[in-house]
Each structure stands twice: as C-alpha cells, then as structure tokens.
Design a protein around this ligand. Structure first.
Ligand SMILES: [Zn+2]
Length: 338
C-alpha cells in the first residue's frame, strides 16, 4: 500500500517562543511513525491553499487579519494559540495539504494520504483561531470535495471535540461528521444531542466519553455507531482527524487508548470508501513516542496488517458504556444502529 506523506519544511518553522506542547518535534514523531508502518511512503511537499477555497470556509476579514498579525511579528491569538511570522506560510500550506492530496489520489498516486501538518485544524472557526488551530485543514478539504459533488465522511478520533469542523458542517448534509472525544473537556462542545439541523439533520454524530475510558468502549462505538452510520451515509471520501491525544501516555487528556486501538479503528474503516479515497490529517497528540507508535499502528490498520488479539489495555467503567448507550439512542432517530 502506498501512502502519500504530505509535509513541508515550513511546518517546522511555526514554533512558540516559549515551550508549548504543540511543537515541531511532533511532526518528526509522526513522520517516523509512518516510516515504521508496513506501507510505501510517497513524500510530497504541501503547496499553499487556493485563496478562494480558503475564503469559502474562513471569512476574508479573518484571513487578512491572520496575515497581518503574522507579518507584524505574531503573538498570542488566544490563551492557547500562538503565531509567529513564519506561521502564515505554515498555515496556508497546512490548509493546502489536503486538497493537494485529493488531487494526487485522484491521479492514482497512492492508496491513502497522511497530511503531516502544523498548525492543526479541527478547532478553527470561520472567524476565530482556537485550540492551537488557525485554519481548519480537514474542513477545507471536505468543502473542496463536497463542492466537487462528493459525499464526505469525517471521523475525528482526536481526544478533543472538533468544534470548528462540527460548526462548519452542522447544517450541511453532504458531510457526515463523527467525533469520539473525552467529555466534559475542552472545548466544551460535542454533546450527543448536537445532531445537526436543516439539510444536515442527523449528519453530525458525537460520541462523548468520560475520562478514564479505554479502547474497549471505543471499539464497541465503532461497531455499534461509527460504522453503521457511515455505511448508511455512503461516502465517496473518508477524511480522518487523526489526533493522538487519546493515547494513555498523552499529557493533556485522560483517555487510555493504546497503539492497537488506533490500528483497530483504522482497519475497521478500510472498506468504507474505495482505495485511494482516504486522507488522514495530524491533529493533536503531545507525547512523541505515543504519536510515533500510534501513527505506525494507524497505517498498519489501513494496510490491513493488524494483530486481532492485541489490546485494549483495560476495561472502561459503567459510565462509559452508559454514554455509548445514550449515543445509540440519540442516533437511532436518524440511522439504523445496533
Ligand atoms: Zn486534541
């Protein structure tokens, strides 16, 4: 299996003047993980996103303000999110990585793609940077595909709810958004009753899980909710917000996934779309070894090389199972679930 690795040296130049968990070493770890996966890596360089596409998701006022802020030296965009002069080039190339990958996959260059990008994207709102994110990389790619007539499923296993992505597609039935995340937790959104409205009614599925959850409940959530809903939706493309902060070693969150859980989740998605129609995006994940090993496991899963006996690491408590039951009940209004 060939996997496009979409990167660029500018992504290393987006760096906080003081220590910050969202740091350049994360890219090196992700890249090493892909090298260790049983796939053939095809490296390509990210190009800046087309301005019209960028401004189809983010307002032109916001885009101009970010450009001006970076040019003027940068600083803090919010208490979590920094920018430096080099951030602009990194941000427009991070945003451009997904659309570039889509084009290369359509040409038959590989069977999947991994955008190894910074800054990450899934918290970014149309008019607002937040949670280390400036432009919503995965949402821009989904918009690009949807506007070309495709149905897009986004699966977001970053431990945080992708509030920016949800917001952008909450009333858009062309894009199915499914997120598994720790709850209650940053950014505060992502409860199971946020199911979409208008033409997007039912196409926003949140699976909030309590701190201390293990891979057992994640795997069951895939079997009982993620896969049944995604199959009924029938996407042409699969985009994955691949954060690695639900790993048990991650310092920012309290979910206990191990590498084998990422392999399981990725592997279970393999038949959802035809080969060459899957693009993963690096979102969060702040323990370097966890990122490396989990990326390797993810792409082993996509390549079909998994150990069915591996993991999960422990047993989730009854609160996690109750959350999953509540999700099933809420989702059953729109989809046939287990
Ligand atoms: Zn995260």
């Amino acid at each position: 299996m060939r996997v496009l690795a979409v990167g660029h040296p500018s992504f290393q130049m987006h760096r906080s003047p003081t220590w910050h968990p969202e740091r350049p070493d994360r890219l090196t770890a992700a890249h090493e993980g892909l090298e260790q996966a049983p796939v053939q890596m095809v490296e390509i360089q990210a190009t800046p996103i087309d301005t019209d596409l960028l401004e189809s998701v983010h307002s032109s006022e916001y885009v101009t303000a970010i450009h001006g802020f970076c040019s003027a030296g940068g600083g803090d965009l919010d208490p979590d999110t920094y920018a430096v002069p080099e951030t602009w080039d990194a941000a427009v190339r991070s945003a451009g990585a997904g659309p570039l990958a889509v084009g290369r996959l359509e040409e038959g260059a590989a069977e999947a793609a991994f955008c190894i990008v910074r800054p990450p994207g899934h918290h970014a709102m149309p008019n607002r940077a937040m949670g280390f994110c400036i432009f919503n990389n995965i949402a821009l790619t989904a918009r690009h595909l949807a506007d070309a007539g495709h149905k897009v499923a986004i699966v977001d296993w970053d431990v945080h709810h992708g509030n920016g992505t949800q917001d952008l597609f909450i009333s858009d039935g062309r894009v199915l958004y499914i997120s598994l995340h720790q709850f209650p937790f940053y950014p505060g959104t992502g409860w199971l009753d946020e199911l979409g409205y208008g033409p997007g009614t039912g196409t926003n599925v949140n699976i909030p899980l309590p701190s201390g959850s293990y891979g057992d409940v994640y795997r069951e959530a895939f079997r009982r909710v993620v896969l049944p809903v995604a199959r009924q939706f029938g996407p042409d493309w699969l985009l994955v917000s691949a954060g690695y902060d639900a790993h048990l070693r991650d310092p920012l969150a309290e979910v206990n996934l191990i590498e084998a859980d990422y392999a399981y989740m990725a592997n279970s998605l393999v038949d959802l779309v035809p080969q060459g129609r899957t693009v993963a995006f690096l979102e969060g994940g702040y323990d370097l070894d966890a990122i490396r090993d989990s990326v390797a496991a993810t792409f082993a899963g996509f390549a079909g090389v998994i150990d069915p006996a591996a993991g999960p690491h422990g047993q989730s408590d009854p609160a996690a199972w109750r959350s999953l039951e509540l999700v099933e009940r809420a989702v059953a209004e729109f989809w046939e679930v287990h």
